[in-house]
Design a protein around this ligand. Structure first.
Ligand code: 1GP
Length: 241
């Protein structure tokens, strides 16, 4: 990619071009499955491959990224559940801070631990405010981060959290219903946040159908992340894109 990944996302937002990332979670996939999955991804209009999970064993994310690189030119972005998942072999890192939930370990603790790894990195580091929304089931991120998601009915708090993220200098806001959410982030929340923010908005968690994808875009998501639907059916992109 000639420009940075953040610039690419910002430019897409300006131009109204909607972006898609496929999440490959090393917690849920085997390394031997990667080649086949990447071939499917390469056939579709996918902008980024996100790699990360809530509790990936040390060293595994790096192996996944290297394997993905063997088969794809699509930029790889680390979406880590903890600092150990960070690998220089990717293009960029979503430097997440879990703004919902009030657990200092995920607000700033993990970020401090990551500094040693990042000092001489070639990774593009993208400051990202991460907001966990109730998706109707207890998700891995909720368990691992030991935080409570914000209820979807509490739009005011969700919007204020996103705006506070922008004021703090985050370059992206990631609205997360959690992997495998039963209920994706509702369109009213997406539109309320999109109307209040100047920075790009990522939406993920529980998006499984063409209609849900289109509604997320239509209401202001700049980038949508799909993981579980693709894991469950590797041909899903054909029907939803
Ligand atoms: C999870 O937002 C991502 O962190 C994607 O969610 O797996 O439900 O698509 P799904």
């Amino acid at each position: 990619m000639e420009i940075s990944i953040l610039k690419y996302i910002q430019k897409a937002k300006e131009e109204g071009k909607k972006l898609l990332a496929i999440l490959l979670d090393p917690d849920k996939l085997l390394i031997d499955e990667i080649e086949e999955l990447i071939r499917k991804i390469n056939q579709q209009n996918v902008d980024f491959i996100f790699v990360g999970g809530s509790s990936v064993e040390i060293g595994i994310t790096d192996l996944f990224v290297k394997k993905i690189r063997e088969f794809s030119q699509i930029p790889v972005v680390i979406f880590p559940g903890d600092f150990e998942q960070i690998t220089d072999n990717a293009d960029a890192l979503l430097f997440l801070s879990l703004l919902s939930g009030n657990n200092p370990e995920y607000l700033i603790g993990q970020q401090i631990k990551s500094v040693k790894k990042l000092k001489n990195t070639s990774l593009e580091i993208i400051p990202t405010g991460y907001i966990l929304i109730d998706g109707g089931v207890e998700t891995a991120v909720q368990k691992v981060s030991n935080t409570k998601p914000i209820l979807q009915s509490n739009i005011e708090k969700i919007v204020a959290t996103a705006i506070a993220g922008e004021y703090l200098g985050k370059q992206l806001i990631y609205l997360e219903a959690g992997s495998g959410a039963a209920i994706p982030v509702n369109t009213k929340i997406i539109s309320s946040i999109a109307n209040s923010l100047n920075i790009p908005l990522i939406v993920g968690g529980g998006i499984r159908s063409k209609k849900q994808l289109e509604m997320a875009y239509k209401n202001g998501a700049d980038l949508v992340v799909i993981g579980t639907a693709f894991e469950e059916n590797n041909n899903v992109l054909k029907s939803i894109l």
